[in-house]
Design a protein around this ligand. Structure first.
Ligand SMILES: [Cu+2]
Length: 302
């Protein structure tokens, strides 16, 4: 009877796994949706790796360990309770068991660490046009070609909003969250607490070098965009670096991911990925004028 129950629980867990992997759910890239389970859909090679890592070795290892512990607990409860086993054994050591429960977890951690460090290295290595990236195959030596950066953007965490500097043209602007009142009249279909007045605008299929820092007199923030698979600290006086190359157009939202202070929850990140032609027109208008002039070249955000 116990064995049957264990089988049933195992079947339930197996049925839940695809849900956790996001397969059973209609998801929207770029923002969370109500009832969402699993990670946001990927639009970059980095997020492809994170998906593969999470849905592959991580999820299966966690599930297997959880089920094993559950089975052991049930066996202990059924076979070794006071009624079933009134005279307990006085064993205190078992060398074989002790070696196994030390060595097996080490092996598991090593197996997890190898792809984990590779994915992390990809995130922190800005492409030079020659290095290959893991993409979906996290147990490879790199299969995905990524071009060298086409532009550099410096994001500075302020209290409490983000500044975006287009380093190549020496232009910058601040990106502030839209209040509920503002959202009621503009960008009405955009998500509350994520929509901003000025998005970071980037071209599709282009590598963007991101430099991340924070106001030198301010606090630590973190720049994170889930669909891009990037999350990196914004530290006063330190320049951190990461990159992304988005293959889809649209608006991709993220949030400050370091508990930074009173308005930590109200400094969202919005990256608008546009076609390369649209970006060229936008950048030319920004270089000659203001962010408003530049955004006027793009289709209005509803
Ligand atoms: Cu912050």
């Amino acid at each position: 009877m116990t064995g049957n129950r264990v089988l049933k629980i195992g079947a339930l867990a197996a049925a839940t796994l695809p849900l956790l992997q996001g397969g059973a759910m209609a998801q929207q890239a770029g923002q969370p949706v109500p009832g969402q389970v699993g990670l946001q859909p990927s639009v970059t090679p980095l997020m492809d790796s994170i998906h593969a890592f999470h849905d592959g070795p991580l999820l299966w290892t966690i599930s297997a360990i959880t089920l094993l512990v559950l089975v052991l607990l049930i066996i202990v409860m059924v076979r070794f309770n006071a009624k079933a086993n009134p005279k307990p054994s006085s064993t205190t050591h078992n060398t074989l068991v002790e070696v196994v429960w030390t060595v097996v977890p080490i092996l598991i951690l090593v197996i997890i660490a190898i792809p984990s460090f590779s994915v992390l290295t990809d995130q922190l290595t800005v492409p030079d046009g020659e290095r290959k990236y893991l993409g979906k195959n996290i147990f490879s030596f790199g299969e995905v070609d990524v071009p060298a950066p086409g532009l550099t953007i410096k994001a500075t965490g302020q209290q409490w909003y983000w500044d975006y500097e287009y380093v190549d043209m020496g232009k910058s602007f601040s990106s502030n969250m839209l209040s509920d009142a503002e959202l009621a009249t503009t960008k009405t279909t955009q998500p509350r607490l994520l929509a901003v007045n000025y998005e970071m605008v980037v071209p599709v299929n282009t590598t963007v070098r991101l430099q991340i820092t924070a106001d030198p007199t301010g606090v630590i923030h973190a720049f994170a965009v889930p669909s891009f698979g990037i999350k990196i600290d914004a530290v006063p006086g330190k320049l951190n670096e990461t990159w992304f190359n988005a293959r889809e157009t649209g608006i991709f939202y993220g949030q400050c991911s370091e508990l930074c202070g009173q308005d930590h929850a109200f400094m969202p990140i919005a990256v608008r990925v546009v076609t390369q032609e649209e970006y060229a027109a936008w950048a030319a208008a920004l270089e000659a004028g203001t962010p408003d002039d530049a955004n006027a070249t793009l289709p209005a955000i509803s």
